[in-house]
Design a protein around this ligand. Structure first.
Ligand code: C2E
Ligand code: FE
Length: 376
């Protein structure tokens, strides 16, 4: 077993983490640093920071980089109990505890069954924001010192850790809220462009996801992939200006109608191009170039090859992949085999051959994304 920290070790950990947390902007990182800080301070095996999402009535947490967040109903388990009742909970052995038996059976014990972990000592401490409202809870599992039990001192330490992180946490939460709102506005704008959002509201999300995966597969880097993911949902925003009779025409468009339809690229470009914001500038480019073709037979400008920006070449394939796989007012959804055949045929014609190659490499991931955002 380990031992509890000496005062100078405790101070070193507090200084170290308080400095790191103060410099952190993203919510995910603040949460993970808080968890690490708590774990180090009380010498526990595991430590998780849970946040209360009042809008959804849920508790959520982020355990590792890249992994999705976990969400539970805010009344579920011991954490829910602790947060709802503003009470710290100490348990010496989760397997023999009677008082919280039903909570444990739905929480820690069930998780243990799935993972083979053995939860013994468990502690949950709610924490508050500067207004005194409960923000969430610290959950610690298995004390690594000889006693094997969490003590009132440990509770004090976690409360201290929460108060050190409090300001950074609140500001990261606010930033997160703003960013989530921005993303949602972008998707909603994209859906307006689709203008048939009732049936294919997920189209823009799928195109975003495909573009992102292909960008990463091409080696564009995380930042550009993220940028394209946020910008690509707006590729068809110019369709807002296309009359319903054309946009929703059940049959094939006449030449004249198709000419009109093609304007959605230029209209979208003009709507967005004057922004100085990187996401909107990128969206303008994508709106402008997503119907250009590698062989120069696309529109609106008929540019070809690498004159088409790589973002345009990526979104082109993402858009067509989704359009072919979905039902439209003017066509049925295609079988996957037929879609793949078209991409083989159009490799080097409609589409950049390098992007088609990455498309095929990434196909399993693309199909998972298609499942995840399927129209229901
Ligand atoms: P969209 O429905 O989102 O389709 C995007 C692109 O997917 C199309 O660009 C085209 O490259 C590809 N695509 C979609 N369906 C088919 C298909 O059945 N066969 C093949 N080979 N490719 C397909 P495109 O052609 O430039 O069309 C742009 C937009 O114009 C379409 O967006 C759609 O909103 C509209 N549109 C195109 N053709 C028709 C039509 O016959 N009737 C109606 N009502 N709208 C059409
Ligand atoms: Fe389009």
């Amino acid at each position: 077993p380990k031992r509890d920290l000496e005062p100078e070790e405790m101070l070193r950990i507090i200084f170290e983490y308080a400095a790191k947390i103060a410099n952190e902007r993203t919510l995910e990182n603040v949460l993970m640093l808080m968890a690490d800080m708590g774990r180090a301070m009380i010498v526990s095996d595991r430590c998780t920071v849970w946040l209360l999402d009042k809008h959804k009535d849920e508790l959520w947490s982020k355990v590792a980089h890249g992994l999705d967040e976990i969400r539970i109903p805010s009344s579920a388990g011991l954490v829910g109990y602790s947060v709802m009742n503003d009470r710290a909970v100490f348990i010496d052995d989760a397997y023999t505890n009677e008082e919280y038996k039903s909570f444990l059976e739905h929480g820690a014990l069930r998780t243990d069954q799935q993972t083979g972990y053995r939860t013994q000592a468990l502690m949950v401490i709610p924490f508050k924001n500067s207004e005194g409202e409960i923000m969430g809870a610290y959950q610690a599992i298995n004390k690594l010192t000889a006693s094997g039990q969490f003590s009132a001192k440990d509770m004090e330490y976690l409360t201290l850790a929460a108060s050190y992180a409090g300001k950074s946490l609140e500001s990261a939460l606010l930033t997160n809220e703003i960013e989530e709102t921005q993303k949602e506005i972008i998707f909603r704008m994209g859906e307006i462009g689709e203008s048939r959002s009732k049936e294919t509201g997920n189209h823009v999300k799928r195109v975003a996801e495909y573009s992102y995966l292909i960008a990463l597969g091409l080696g564009l880097g995380q930042e550009e992939a993220d940028l394209l993911k946020m910008a690509s949902p707006m590729h068809d925003i110019g369709k807002v200006a296309i009359p319903d009779a054309v946009l929703n025409k059940p049959g094939k468009l006449t030449d004249e109608e198709f000419k009109l339809m093609q304007n959605h690229t230029v209209i979208g470009y003009n709507l967005l191009k004057n922004s100085s914001r990187r996401i909107l500038k990128t969206a303008a480019l994508v709106a402008y170039e997503h119907h250009e073709k590698w062989n120069g037979r696309g529109y609106p400008r008929g540019i070809s090859g690498e004159d088409i920006h790589i973002y345009g070449r990526i979104t082109a394939i993402a858009d067509v992949f989704d359009a072919l796989g979905s039902e439209r007012v003017y066509k049925k959804a295609w079988e996957l085999d037929r879609i793949l055949q078209l991409f083989q045929e159009e490799r080097g014609q409609h589409f950049d051959p390098a992007v088609v190659d990455v498309f095929f490499e990434q196909l399993p991931a693309l199909l998972r994304a298609r499942e995840e955002y399927a129209d229901v």
